[in-house]
Design a protein. Structure first.
Ligand code: PRP
Ligand code: URA
Length: 209
């Protein structure tokens, strides 16, 4: 089974509290989501392979390490995932960015796919899917399936807040995908919203409600 990592760094927990607060407006919400993504990227990239190189400091030659040219792709699930892209790229600037458009039908809660544009060399990249919310898991599973259809083998899913139902759904369908979250909440309500969650991530990020 894929790993579930709950990132409990104090800075992450503090910022999660701020984005949950209904008094936090769009501008701060967007800034916090960006900062959270950057802090999480630090952990998510912990296992990037290194290679030894030799460089010359002003004092002497030194054997030292750099990231071994592993190619990374980042895929936000539209819309709310867009808010996490900048934070990841600030730590992994060479990553290419694909986009997957999936929304949740408000009646059935089933994922509806409407857009997919990936880097042409997607099959050779390791991918990080970003989406602030993992609720039923339908959207995440849809995004993972799309990447797998394009030949992607190594996928990590990074979300800010998850419901236990969403984590189980992804683990059941894709046991080779590691999940990184900042908070595991209690449950889903009758409308498929995470409780206590933070409301509608896309609307809060883009000010559409
Ligand atoms: C939200 C969220 C996830 C999805 C999670 O998107 O950003 O993509 O719901 O729910 P699930 O785990 O039950 O699939 P939404 O459908 O509201 O689309 P939007 O970002 O375009 O508003
Ligand atoms: N999508 C959201 O934006 N919020 C939830 O709580 C569930 C799905």
């Amino acid at each position: 089974m894929g790993k579930l990592m709950i990132l409990d760094h104090p800075l992450i927990q503090h910022k999660i509290s701020l984005i949950r607060d209904k008094k936090t407006g769009t501008r701060d919400f967007r800034l916090l989501v960006d900062e959270l993504a950057m802090l999480m990227a630090y952990e998510v990239t912990r296992d990037l392979p290194l290679k030894e190189v030799e460089i010359e400091t002003p004092v002497a030659k030194a054997k030292t390490k750099v990231i071994s040219g592993k190619t990374i792709g980042v895929v936000p699930v539209l819309r709310a995932g867009l808010g996490m892209v900048g934070g990841i790229l600030s730590l992994v600037p060479a990553a290419k960015v694909g986009h997957i458009g999936i929304y949740r039908d408000p009646e059935t809660l089933k994922p509806v796919e409407y857009y997919c544009k990936l880097p042409t060399d997607a099959a050779e990249r390791d991918f990080i899917i970003v989406d602030p919310m993992l609720a039923t898991g339908g959207s995440a599973n849809g995004a993972i399936e799309l990447l797998k259809k394009h030949g992607v083998k190594n996928i990590k899913l990074v979300c800010l807040i998850a419901a236990p139902e969403g984590v189980s759904a992804v683990q059941k369908e894709h046991d080779n995908v590691d999940i990184y979250i900042a908070a595991l909440d209690e449950r889903l309500n009758d409308h498929g919203y995470i409780v206590p969650g933070l409301g509608d991530a896309g609307d809060r990020l883009f000010g559409t409600k």
